[in-house]
Write a protein that binds this ligand. Sequence first.
Ligand SMILES: Nc1ncnc2c1ncn2[C@@H]1O[C@H](COP(=O)(O)OP(=O)(O)OP(=O)(O)O)[C@@H](O)[C@H]1O
Ligand SMILES: [Mg+2]
Length: 370
Amino acid sequence: MSILNVGSGSKKKSLVGLDIGSHSIKVVEIEHSKLGRILRNFGMIATPQDAIVEGSVKDVEAVSAAIRSLFKNLGIKNKNVAASLSGYSVIAKKIVLDEMEESEMEKAIRLEAEKYIPYGINEVNLDYTVLNAQDPMEESSDEKADSGSSDKMDVLLVAGKNDVIDEYVELIQAANLNLGVVDIDVFAIQNAAEISLDKPEGSYAIITVGASELGINTIHNGLSVFSRDSSYGGTQITKAIMSEFDVPFEEAESMKLGGVGLDDDKIAEIEKIIASKVLKWVSEIKHALDFVANTYPDETIEEIFLSGGSSETPGFKRHLEKETEIPVTGLNPFKYLVANSKFFDPDYLQYIGPQACVAVGLALRSLGDK
Ligand SMILES: Nc1ncnc2c1ncn2[C@@H]1O[C@H](COP(=O)(O)OP(=O)(O)OP(=O)(O)O)[C@@H](O)[C@H]1O
Ligand SMILES: [Mg+2]
């Protein structure tokens, strides 16, 4: 499902995955062939500073120029792209409705959606999908009786803010591309996880720590049961280093990533800053996972997967594992893509994988799919 899909007719067209993050723009092109999914292109470019703030496009000219040069450098010919929204501009929520005819659903869902959306219903673009969570083939009659929901249906509702969607439409046009699908980060990452996990069934969580967003998504048998975004991320650390040492953004970034020539005092100070942010992220995640454990006591999370560049922050994985007592593994969305090692260094793909999850997930989308 998606917030916007401008595809028409039954013919599916492949899309280039374009992840416009606040720190970097990533692009992935995948070709579906008899050999499997082939990685055709992958590249990144820095996002101009402060051009994307809280998911909103603040500088169309600078960002579209960066996208144009990324496409040019990689020689990508396909102009149809899938992009995604995140943060406050989108809401994904599972609701329960009485079973009803398809024709009545649209109206009922709009009414129900009004309760959950902190904006006017006319300010958002709505999409929904009926989840087959109560598929009688999969659940025993006991479980069905427990939930008492044979005449209810679970509906996943997605709402994207129109003004933010309009910003993306304008941005993609300015980059001389066509916006085919607008997805949301959390679904794109989930799709990327599904093609790269050895056991995509069961209950697991995907934690994403980007530059300015911390996303938590818990999945049970392929369906998201809980998701939440908070405004945490690696930029918090970079900004704290900027103010502590009075240095510009780029220098603070490189200090954060273990910049050369730092004396022991500076290193200790940076480590202190990093540790304090990591502590906050872990406590936010632990809080959410405890909530999920209390709400869905039968769905014990067996593993945590990490995505996003800041999930590589020193100490984060170890600390998260210790606090939650759940094994934590980095996601590598390239794992099962066929990649020619003449063009793509396998070690680099493995290293950069967590940052590429959204773009890989978007590249799996086609024009006209639901
Ligand atoms: N090895 C690393 N160790 C620690 N932090 C890293 C590492 N590599 C990248 N980062 C940080 O990860 C962040 C970028 O991650 P990512 O590409 O996932 O963000 P984004 O998608 O651009 O941002 P958004 O949060 O808006 O989605 C930056 O803050 C960067 O400093
Ligand atoms: Mg991101």
